[in-house]
Design a binder for this molecule. Structure first.
Ligand code: HEC
Length: 215
């Protein structure tokens, strides 16, 4: 074989190898069912099976004492909204700007569809609800509810309102409650309770006077 022939053969073989690689990459086994048989038949311990490895002959090991699930909240008041004395009377988390922002976002996603973005019970869903409209969260009876009572409404549901426990984990519920309290305050704060500068701003923003002749 001449040197030129040898070079040509090498080039041809390289091309072939490349083509084979491309073909392999293209089929990638994408649609074919993987072969699970080895995993299915491999020796392994099933949860409720027996095992000689341990003195109690159980394959499944008992949970070590003191183990807690991830995300478990040890404080029952913070976890359930209740104590032996009744509904939790104070939000059991520091009410920070970050908590309120979180509450505002979760409220907009989870509650506003029914209770309205402003919480006043005006929403497309509410207008079309036949049996019982979602109430305005500014009803005096609802304003008077303790944070723990609101927590239970969110966690357990209330009448026709379903539970939102799956969408809001405990601390998110408190964030929503803190935001609901902020919304309520936005409608019930007294002008004379505001710092002077904000009071002046508020008065200027309401040229027609305050609704309902509130002081
Ligand atoms: C699917 C619509 C819907 C969504 C979403 C919804 N609610 Fe309600 N909510 C209702 C309805 C309807 C009622 C009235 C239930 C009844 O009286 O049977 C109600 C009642 C309430 C009450 C009054 C409970 C009482 O004691 O009278 C509160 C407070 C409340 N909702 C808060 C919330 C909060 C906070 C969220 C978000 C986490 C939320 N709701 C999400 C429909 C909804």
């Amino acid at each position: 074989m001449t040197r030129a022939m040898a070079r040509a053969t090498t080039r041809a073989m390289t091309r072939l190898a490349l083509a084979a690689l491309l073909a392999l990459a293209a089929c990638d086994n994408g649609d074919a069912t993987p072969d699970w048989s080895r995993m299915i038949t491999q020796p392994k311990l099933l949860p409720y099976g027996e095992s000689d490895l341990f003195a109690d002959q159980r394959a499944m090991r008992p949970v070590p004492a003191g183990t807690v699930a991830r995300g478990w909240i040890a404080d029952p008041a913070r976890r359930t909204g209740r104590t032996a004395a009744g509904d939790v009377a104070e939000i059991p988390l520091p009410v920070t700007r970050a908590l309120l922002d979180r509450g505002r976002r979760r409220f907009a996603i989870v509650c506003a569809t029914c209770h309205g973005t402003a919480g006043d019970g005006d929403s497309a869903v509410a207008r079309n609800m036949q049996r019982r409209r979602p109430p305005s969260l500014y009803e005096p009876r609802i304003i008077a509810l303790a944070p723990g009572a609101l927590y239970r409404v969110i966690a357990d549901g209330y009448g026709l309102m379903p539970s939102y426990a799956k969408l809001l984990e405990p601390d998110d519920r408190w964030a929503v409650i803190a935001y609901v309290r902020t919304l309520e305050l936005s409608r019930t704060a007294r002008l004379d309770a505001l710092p002077p500068q904000i009071r002046d701003e508020a008065t200027r923003a309401l040229p027609g006077g305050l609704p309902g002749g509130r002081p």
